[in-house]
Design a protein around this ligand. Structure first.
Ligand code: WT7
Length: 656
């Protein structure tokens, strides 16, 4: 942060400070100091207080085989028991667990007791189809109660779920089923978004048709719309039929703390997405702790995380965290702009939401809509129930922060700008709403116990005020355990030799404020883009492009975008001559759609440009820094003397 920028500090209200779980900065510092004094003792205390164990653990952290750390390893638990049974035993059986609002506005409420019955019946159905502890089950479902039930049912029987976002293509789905060696897939006939029914099951059939899904013997299909749906005899079974005659109770499978609760595929800097593997005990602990401390969740709260269960945010802050805390949460099937861009505000008003957690991209697009139409402006709704706001997925620009604070939070609600990743399981750097003074654009300070730091290329700490590489110096309970089937890649990606394998490498750059030590994330330092809070590997998109018969070579970079944070910009060399005019536009569209089919619509390049070649160094390396400048429309100031053909820079600078 430069000296010149005016830094506005927002203090949490006195009322918030007095009532919050972590009340005031002294309480925050006391927790950090406790972790500093006795790191294992700190986490052990919290794990005993917040998680219900069937067999208590005696060993907190095992570092013998670093970086394959183990937490609470001799303890046994069941995550679904912690989310359901223990709440019912505590008298919350009749409490609403989920308020589901469908795309068309239909509302369904499910109590904790209802939810346990639904989870138990599906868990029994899975067992009857031969799913055992440790088996992988892929879940390809829209936002639904069924989606949460499916995840919890897997947890109940110790099966490891791998949720695939409903926007991913057949190819992406196939790759994930195949990599995980899944034995079962749970999907739906169609999904409903923005007033449209979008077929899902045909994508599943296409994925199976590609080969490589042979491990997957059963496909369970949730009838969401009743639209036409092809069922493959011997493989496909309707969910309602699978549930017929299943008992309402299901003994949980007590698993070791390290038992893999789920895999979740995420993009890395190489072409192939990585199956991030999470544990049961350590993961659950952090889901609970962050609900209690970051969101200050109380029994009377109505919590709403707008993420999809296909992303980690949906895992931790829809399926597991809120339920493990016995809270009431909103689950939303639709999109923020249907029937109009006031949908979020109307739902907050209707359901009296108290804690609201969304992404900067959504806020930015709703600002635009509100500016254009008062009827969808938050001021046209009663949002007085709100008490805490959250942001996640990408840096929130100060202007969007201020708007969110004033217009949604009525200048009353703290905003928790939560920095974390698929790999971290839960919040890593975030304000605590009753403690941390907030600075727009900064995720402020590490969650108590998390040893976040900024280092240089050799792993030495850099002074505050100087940018560097974000690392975590000590293992923490909810961290990634491995990359499924590829432990070497896990080590190389997260515990690289650069730091002698000492630190977890987040993959982001960051800087700490010279005075306050507050963290600001400056963006990825690897070839990973963040488009609307969705993580995309540039190589993944490049591989998709070069798989097209017309394409000889492709390079993908990101450029800043007002709405989506970053936008995907692809530079393409065709096997034929460089197209121009309408033909270029037409081929660009074809390539965009191709990428949409290969990966999913979120991966479609916004900008696409053609050149006779790509700018390369003498050794043949693509000069990505140069491409990033061109993508931004900047004048080229870099040294281009090594370029074979400088004229291509002019070609690539031309927009279609
Ligand atoms: C990457 C992780 C965290 C769950 C959703 C995304 C970026 C995430 C923030 C934030 C600045 C953020 C980082 C990170 N990111 N939250 N509050 N401020 N950047 O999970 O898909 O694994 O992406 O998202 O670049 O590395 P993910």
């Amino acid at each position: 942060m430069s000296e010149a920028t005016e830094v506005r500090v927002y203090q949490p209200s006195q009322d918030m400070v007095s009532n919050a779980a972590v009340s005031g900065m002294d309480a925050y510092k006391a927790l950090c100091a406790e972790a500093e004094r006795d790191y294992e003792g700190y986490w052990a205390r919290l794990a005993r207080e917040h998680v219900t164990w069937q067999t208590p653990f005696t060993r907190t952290l095992n570092e013998d085989n670093r970086p394959f750390f183990k937490w609470f390893e001799d303890g046994k638990l069941n995550v679904s028991y912690n989310c359901l049974d223990r709440n019912i035993e505590a008298g919350l059986g009749d409490k609403t667990a989920i308020i589901f609002e469908a795309d068309d506005g239909t509302v369904t409420r499910v109590s904790y007791s209802d939810l346990l019955v639904r989870v138990s019946r599906l868990a029994n159905a899975l067992r009857s189809k031969g799913v055992k502890k440790g088996d992988r089950v892929v879940i390809y479902l829209p936002m639904s109660i069924e989606g949460i039930v499916a995840m919890q049912a897997c947890a109940r029987i110790g099966a490891t779920h791998s949720v695939v976002f409903g926007g991913f293509s057949a190819q992406s789905l196939r790759d994930r089923i195949s990599d995980a060696g899944a034995v079962m897939l749970i999907t739906a006939d169609e999904q409903c978004r923005g007033g449209k029914n979008i077929p899902l099951k045909p994508i599943v059939d296409e994925a199976f048709g590609m080969g490589g899904c042979e491990s997957c013997k059963t496909v369970i299909v949730y009838k969401r719309t009743g639209g036409a749906c092809n069922m493959v005899a011997g493989r496909d079974v309707w969910l309602h039929e699978a549930l017929e005659g299943q008992a309402d109770t299901c003994e949980p499978e007590w698993v070791e703390a390290e038992h893999p609760l789920f895999l979740l595929y995420t993009s890395g800097s190489t072409g192939k997405p990585k199956g991030v593997q999470h544990s049961s005990g350590g993961y659950l602990l952090h889901a609970i702790l962050t609900m209690k401390w970051t969101f200050d969740i109380k029994p009377s709260d109505v919590f709403w995380c707008t993420a999809d269960i296909g992303w980690v945010t949906g895992h931790t802050y829809i399926t597991y965290g809120p339920l493990a805390c016995g809270s009431t949460e909103i689950v939303f099937e639709g999109v923020p702009t249907y029937p109009d861009a006031g949908r979020f505000w109307k739902m907050i008003q209707d359901h009296k939401v108290t804690v609201f957690y969304t992404a900067p991209t959504a806020i930015r697009s709703l600002i635009k809509a509100a500016d254009a139409n008062d009827a969808v402006h938050p001021k046209s709704y009663d949002l007085s129930s709100l008490r805490i706001l959250g942001s996640v997925g990408e840096p929130i620009n100060p202007a969007a922060w201020e708007w969110y604070y004033q217009n949604v939070g009525g200048s009353r609600c703290p905003i928790v700008d939560t920095f974390w990743q698929t790999e971290t399981g839960g919040h890593m750097i975030t304000p605590l709403p009753g403690a941390t003074p907030m600075v727009p654009g900064s995720c402020t300070l590490p969650f108590p116990g998390i040893q976040a730091a900024i280092v240089d290329e050799t792993g030495n700490d850099v002074p505050w005020g100087q940018g560097g590489i974000l690392v975590v110096k000590k293992p923490w309970p909810s961290m990634i355990r491995t990359i499924y089937g590829d432990p070497d890649r896990f080590v190389k990606s997260y515990y690289p030799a650069d730091f002698q394998g000492r630190y977890y490498l987040a993959g982001d750059g960051a800087i700490r404020d010279a005075k306050t030590g507050y963290f600001t994330i400056t963006g990825r330092i690897d070839d990973v883009l963040n488009v609307s809070g969705h993580r995309m590997g540039t190589m993944e998109i490049e591989s998709a492009l070069v798989a097209h018969p017309l394409v000889a070579e492709a390079a993908v970079v990101g450029r800043p975008d007002d709405l989506t944070g970053e936008a995907i910009c692809a530079f393409v060399v065709l096997k034929r001559s460089r197209p121009t005019g309408d033909e270029a536009k037409q081929i660009a569209n074809e390539l965009r759609n191709w990428v949409g089919k290969e990966i999913g619509p979120i991966a479609k390049p916004k900008d696409l440009r053609f050149g006779d070649n790509l700018p390369k160094t003498r050794s043949g390396k693509i000069m990505r820094r140069l491409l990033r400048s061109i993508a931004k429309g900047e004048q080229i100031t870099q040294d281009t003397s090594t370029l074979e053909n400088p004229a291509i820079l002019d070609q690539l600078a031309q927009t279609l």
